[in-house]
Design a protein around this ligand. Structure first.
Ligand SMILES: *[C@@H]1O[C@H](CO)[C@@H](O)[C@H](O)[C@H]1NC(C)=O
Ligand SMILES: *[C@@H]1O[C@H](CO)[C@@H](O)[C@H](O)[C@H]1NC(C)=O
Ligand SMILES: *[C@@H]1O[C@H](CO)[C@@H](O)[C@H](O)[C@H]1NC(C)=O
Ligand SMILES: *[C@@H]1O[C@H](CO)[C@@H](O)[C@H](O)[C@H]1NC(C)=O
Ligand SMILES: *[C@@H]1O[C@H](CO)[C@@H](O)[C@H](O)[C@H]1NC(C)=O
Ligand SMILES: *[C@@H]1O[C@H](CO)[C@@H](O)[C@H](O)[C@H]1NC(C)=O
Length: 499
C-alpha cells in the first residue's frame, strides 16, 4: 500500500523533470529554426549613452513578437500595456531599440516570434564598451627602506577586460602574473636607484589608456662624499672643509676634530646648502653640502676632521684632513731629447710653507716578462729643494746610469716643516732603444699599485752609484694656470714613440 503511494509520487516527480527538459528542448529547437529569420544573430558593441537597435525580422509576416533578456520579459507586442523601461522600445517591424545604453545593458537578448509556420527564437547581444579605469594601492607616495619588499596592486575595470602593464620611471617592466582584473607588482628594494614613479596602465582599446601611479621613495642611510679629502693650508689662512651628504630621510650632520665635537663660534662656523643637480634620480632626495669654515687656521686646528651624518636608518662619516704638508707632486712631460742611459724628470708641487727636500723613488720594471711578482726594490734619492719666490715649485732632475732600452717607474714626495706630502702618482718611462712594453701598463693598475705599495719597506739601495745632476727652475707663480695634463698617457705615448 505504502509502496504504491510512493511510486505515484515518484512518477509525478519524474514527469515534472521531464516536462522541464522538454521545455528546454523546445527552446533550443526554436533557436535552431533561425533560418526562418531574415535578421541574423548580432552582438552589438556600443558605448555608454548610445542608442542601439536589435533587429528581429522573419521571412514571413509574424503574429506577435516578444523580447526578453535572460528570464526577464522586456516587451511583448500583444501586451503594449506591460510597464517597461523608458529607454526600451519595440518597433512595429519587431526590432528592439535600447536608447541611452548603460553598462548594465550588457547581456544576451532573445527575440521570440510567432507566425503561421510556428514559434522561433533568435539570440542577440549588447556589449557596452567601457573605457578602462584603474586603481592602484598604495597610491600617491610610499616610503620603503632598502631591504623591504613592496607589493603594488592594480585593479582595472572596463569592457572588454583591460590589459594591465607596468612602468617604472617611464621604462616598461616585465609582465606580471595576472589574476582577472587585478595584478600585483612585487618589488624587492635593493638600491636607492629603484626610487621613482611606478605606473600601472590599463588598456582595452576603448578611449584613453588609464594610468594610476605611486611614487616609490627609497629610504637609505646617509652617503657621504668629500670633494677634497685633504685641504692644504697654512697658519692664519681661512680653510673650508666640505662634505656632501645624501640621505633619506634627511640626515643631521655634526663636525668632529680628532674625535671631539667642533666648537662652533667666532673661530669656526658651519654652513649647509642644498645642491641643485641631478646626482639623484629620486627627486625626493637632495644632496646637501656641509661646510666647516675655520676663519684663521691655528696649529691646533690641523689634523683629521670628521663630518658625521645620521638619519633614522644609520650613521656615516666622512674624513677631511686639514694640513700644512705640501700637495702631492705631479710629473710633467719633458719634451727634451732623452739619452739611452739617462732621463730628465720634471715635477711640480705647491706648498704654503717652504719645501725643504724631495724624495725621488725609482726602479726598473721587467720589460719583456710580464710576471709582475718579479720586482726590483725601489731606489730612493734625496733631493734638496731650492727656494722659490712663490708657492709653486717646479723641479727638473736628471737620472743617470740607467739601463738602455729599459722601462722604469718613478714617484716623488716633497717635505716642508709640516711633514711629507702624499706620494705622487707612479709614472713610467723608457730609456732609448728597443723596448717591449709589458701588457699591464694601464692607469688603473698603476693606481692599484700605488695603493698596495709600501715604499719604506722596500728602500734598500742608496743612490751613490748614480750621479745626480740637478737643475732648478726658479720660475715663480705665473704658471698657476697650467692645465693638468694626463702625464701618464703622454709618457706612454713617448715610450711608444721611442720603441
Ligand atoms: C554618459 O552620460 C553621462 C551623464 O550625462 C555622463 O556622465 C557620461 O560621461 C556619459 N558617458 C560617455 C561615455 O560619454
Ligand atoms: C525597423 O523599424 C525602424 C523604425 O522605422 C527602422 O529604423 C529599422 O531600420 C527597421 N528595422 C529593420 C530590420 O527593417
Ligand atoms: C647631471 O647629469 C649630467 C649627465 O649625466 C652630468 O654631466 C652632470 O654633471 C650632472 N650634474 C650634476 C650637478 O650632477
Ligand atoms: C718570464 O720569467 C720566468 C721566470 O724567470 C720564465 O720562466 C719565463 O720563461 C719568462 N717568460 C718570458 C716570456 O720571457
Ligand atoms: C728588496 O727588499 C727586501 C726587503 O727589504 C729584501 O729582503 C730583498 O733582498 C731586496 N731585494 C733586492 C733585489 O735587493
Ligand atoms: C700582450 O698582449 C698582446 C695582445 O693581447 C699579446 O699578443 C702579447 O703576447 C702580450 N705580451 C705579453 C708579454 O704577454
Amino acid at each position: 500500500m505504502l509502496a504504491s503511494k510512493c511510486s505515484v509520487l515518484w512518477c509525478l516527480f519524474v514527469g515534472l523533470i521531464l516536462g522541464g527538459v522538454q521545455a528546454a528542448l523546445d527552446f533550443n529547437n526554436d533557436l535552431d529554426n533561425s533560418q526562418k529569420f531574415k535578421s541574423i544573430p548580432t552582438t552589438v558593441k556600443t558605448y555608454e549613452n548610445d542608442t542601439v537597435q536589435l533587429p528581429c525580422t522573419l521571412n514571413t509576416p509574424f503574429r506577435y513578437v516578444r523580447w526578453h533578456r535572460d528570464d526577464v520579459a522586456l516587451v511583448d507586442s500583444r501586451h503594449p500595456e506591460i510597464p517597461k523601461l523608458d529607454r526600451i522600445m519595440l518597433w512595429p517591424n519587431g526590432s528592439l531599440q535600447v536608447s541611452n545604453v548603460q553598462s548594465s545593458d550588457t547581456g544576451d537578448y532573445y527575440c521570440e516570434m510567432n507566425s503561421d509556420s510556428g514559434h522561433v527564437v533568435q539570440q542577440h547581444a549588447i556589449e557596452v564598451q567601457l573605457a578602462p579605469r584603474v586603481l592602484i594601492e598604495p597610491s600617491e607616495l610610499t616610503e620603503q627602506r632598502i631591504g623591504a619588499t613592496i607589493e603594488v596592486v592594480c585593479e582595472a575595470q572596463g569592457v572588454p577586460q583591460p590589459v594591465i602593464t607596468w612602468r617604472l620611471n617611464g621604462k616598461d617592466l616585465l609582465p606580471q602574473s595576472n589574476s582577472g582584473n587585478r595584478q600585483s607588482l612585487v618589488l624587492d628594494i635593493k638600491s636607492r636607484n629603484q626610487a621613482g614613479l611606478i605606473e600601472c596602465l590599463a588598456n582595452n582599446g576603448v578611449g584613453e589608456v588609464a594610468v594610476a601611479s605611486v611614487y616609490l621613495h627609497v629610504l637609505f642611510a646617509p652617503e657621504v662624499s668629500q670633494p677634497q679629502p685633504v685641504v692644504y693650508t697654512k697658519l692664519g689662512a681661512r680653510a673650508h672643509l666640505e662634505c656632501i651628504v645624501e640621505a633619506a630621510p634627511a640626515a643631521t650632520v655634526k663636525w668632529f676634530h680628532h674625535g671631539l665635537p667642533v666648537t662652533l663660534g667666532a673661530h669656526s662656523t658651519s654652513h649647509e646648502s642644498e645642491l641643485q643637480g641631478n646626482r639623484s634620480l629620486d627627486h625626493y632626495v637632495n644632496a646637501v653640502r656641509h661646510l666647516l669654515v675655520v676663519k684663521s687656521v691655528r696649529n691646533a686646528d690641523m689634523g683629521q676632521y670628521e663630518c658625521r651624518a645620521t638619519n633614522q636608518i644609520a650613521g656615516k662619516s666622512g674624513n677631511v684632513e686639514l694640513t700644512g704638508r705640501p700637495m702631492p707632486c705631479l710629473f710633467k712631460i719633458n719634451p727634451g731629447i732623452q739619452s739611452s742611459t739617462s732621463h730628465v724628470l720634471v715635477w711640480q708641487t705647491e706648498s704654503l710653507l717652504p719645501i725643504m727636500e724631495f724624495k725621488l723613488k725609482f726602479r726598473q720594471i721587467p720589460s719583456n716578462n710580464a710576471t709582475r711578482q718579479i720586482r726590483t726594490n725601489w731606489t730612493e734619492l734625496t733631493i734638496p729643494a731650492q727656494a722659490t719666490n712663490g708657492l709653486i715649485y717646479i723641479t727638473t732632475y736628471t737620472l743617470h746610469g740607467l739601463q738602455p732600452a729599459s722601462l722604469y717607474e718613478v714617484s716623488v714626495l716633497a717635505r716642508n716643516s709640516f711633514g711629507w706630502s702624499d706620494n705622487s702618482k707612479i709614472v713610467r718611462f723608457a730609456t732609448g732603444g728597443e723596448v717591449e712594453l709589458p701588457n699591464y701598463s694601464t692607469e688603473s693598475e698603476l693606481q692599484e699599485d700605488l695603493a698596495d705599495e709600501d715604499f719604506h719597506n722596500e728602500i734598500t739601495q742608496r743612490s751613490e752609484i748614480l750621479t745626480a745632476s740637478m737643475m732648478f727652475n726658479s720660475g715663480s707663480i705665473s704658471c698657476n694656470g697650467i692645465t693638468a695634463l694626463i702625464y701618464f698617457t703622454c709618457l706612454i705615448k713617448l715610450v711608444l714613440l721611442l720603441s
